[in-house]
Ligand binder design. Structure first.
Ligand code: FAD
Length: 437
């Protein structure tokens, strides 16, 4: 008698893409286990003033992906997000110029705090999904489909920012505290290992799952940095203004200055999360607080006036400098055993606002391909055996996504010049639809 058992997916990374993947496969009937190296975000305070937090622009692409897994999720995020109907260009002389994205149909992009989005997605996961926080994938035996996780030896150890994710200077994409470690800074590896049918790397730009696949597969891989760093700054709410918004709530604010720029996205509490994009070479000239102060007053006088020089310079001095990288890899799957989704498979510069949106779209496309290939939630194969049907489905996924992902990474790079420079040109009205995709 052939015994049927559930297919088991082990998902690495409970960022937004990992959490949505877990929910999607669970809904398809798979057994799902999720490992996340950081702490459990559930029940934590996600207010922008309590966490460094990048805001994300969620677009129709991301909302459609959320809706495909659970329509109530898309609705919930739409309610929590702030619609941005266009760009507001801030000129040096203080003039503000609104460029509406879609004057005819009124389409918007939506601002939402990353910690809130991530928290809500993790909170939506049912108990049937086994989630292990503070568990880091340390190695994976892809041939035998066994993963090894490591956990901190002592629970009362010192929490610290995680710096082993390849980000120079501790740029951590704005996430909260890192993993705890024991007094010696060592983690303890789970010796028995965890078997799986499919391991899915949703472990971000510096993916360990990807490194493991690269040892097995002739994967084409490219990684390139742009010369710019990003630094997060904060514009507090102004209690004297309606809703606390010192500048218009329903715009993506841009202070374009050609080789550098400042952008601002609204938060629910009336504050704005600002991001300065500036070449590392220019940054290296701002070595003193006075030099930084002169820089902000000369180029962003309106922002200085609202935020106050002290607050702005405190953030500028204290917040990490993040890198901006483009990563492409093809194929994004190996055999029936391993798959990459989200930033693990495609990192892009943030100027098109599509990194996360595309990662969420990966989940939707994967689900539709599993459906098309009639991949059931159960299998009669023993753990460790190659699953030919699943292998074909993963190959089809990789082929289907390849060109779209390359294209969007390219568009994101092109929008890099668009946002910091071209928006100032008289042709901007032709181009303004670009970042509303
Ligand atoms: P991540 O969010 O990186 O999550 C990966 C998870 O895996 C993390 O929780 C990490 O702790 C965990 N992990 C890593 N290694 C391991 C391991 N070995 N074991 C266990 N867990 C592990 N995108 C948009 O769509 N719109 C925007 O407006 C936008 N703005 C951005 C602005 C900036 C400045 C930046 C830098 C990016 C922006 N992005 C935007 C891109 C977006 O942030 C990413 O595309 C998105 O976070 C990718 O999600 P992910 O789940 O794939 O990876």
């Amino acid at each position: 008698m052939v015994l049927e058992r559930s297919r088991k997916a082990l998902i690495i990374g409970a960022g937004p893409v990992g959490a949505l993947t877990a929910l999607s496969l669970h809904r398809r009937g798979w057994e799902v286990e999720l490992w996340e190296s950081r702490d459990d975000p559930r029940g934590k305070d996600t207010a922008p003033s309590n966490l460094r937090s990048i805001n994300l622009a969620i677009s129709a692409r991301g909302l459609e992906a959320l809706r495909s897994v659970d329509p109530s999720l898309a609705e919930q995020f739409q309610n929590e997000a702030i619609p941005m109907k266009g760009r507001m260009i801030h000129h040096v002389n203080g003039k503000q110029e609104s460029q509406i994205y879609d004057p005819i149909n009124g389409q918007c992009i939506n601002s939402i705090g990353r910690p809130l989005l991530n928290q809500r997605l993790v909170e939506s996961l049912p108990d049937a999904i086994k989630i292990r926080f503070q568990t880091k994938l340390s190695r994976v035996d892809l041939n035998n489909k066994i993963a090894f996780g490591s956990c901190p030896e002592k629970k009362d150890a010192i929490p610290g920012e995680e710096h082993d994710d390849g980000q120079i200077g501790g740029g951590d994409h704005g996430k909260s505290a890192g993993r705890a470690q024991n007094a010696k800074g060592e983690d303890k590896e789970d010796e028995s290992g965890t078997p799986f049918d499919l391991i899915i790397g949703c472990d971000g730009s510096w993916s360990k799952v990807r490194t493991s696949i690269m040892r097995m597969e002739r994967m084409d891989f490219s990684q390139s940095f742009i010369p710019h760093a990003y630094i997060e700054l904060h514009m507090p709410a102004d209690p004297s203004k309606p809703g606390g918004y010192a500048i218009d709530k329903n715009h993506l604010h841009i202070w374009p200055r050609h080789s550098f720029m400042l952008i601002g996205l609204p938060n629910k509490d009336g504050s704005f999360t600002l991001t300065l994009f500036i070449p590392f070479s220019s940054l290296s000239t701002l070595t003193t607080r006075e030099a930084a102060g002169r820089f902000f007053v000369e180029h962003f006088p309106s922002a200085v006036q609202i935020i106050g020089e002290k607050r702005l310079l405190d953030d500028f001095e204290n917040n990490p400098r993040g890198n901006l990288v483009t990563i492409n890899c093809t194929p994004s799957a190996w055999s029936s055993h391993a798959l990459l989704l989200g930033d693990a498979s495609h990192s892009m510069v943030p100027f098109y606002g599509q990194g996360l949106n595309c990662g969420l779209e990966d989940v939707r496309v994967l689900s539709s391909i599993l459906e098309k290939h009639k991949i059931k939630s159960t299998t009669s194969l023993r753990m460790g055996e190659t699953d030919k049907d699943l292998e074909l489905a993963l190959k089809a996924y990789s082929v289907e996504r390849q060109e779209d992902l390359k294209a969007i990474c390219e568009l994101a790079l092109q929008n890099y010049t668009e946002m910091r420079s071209h928006v100032l040109s008289p042709l901007h009205h032709i181009r303004r639809f670009i970042d509303s995709a």
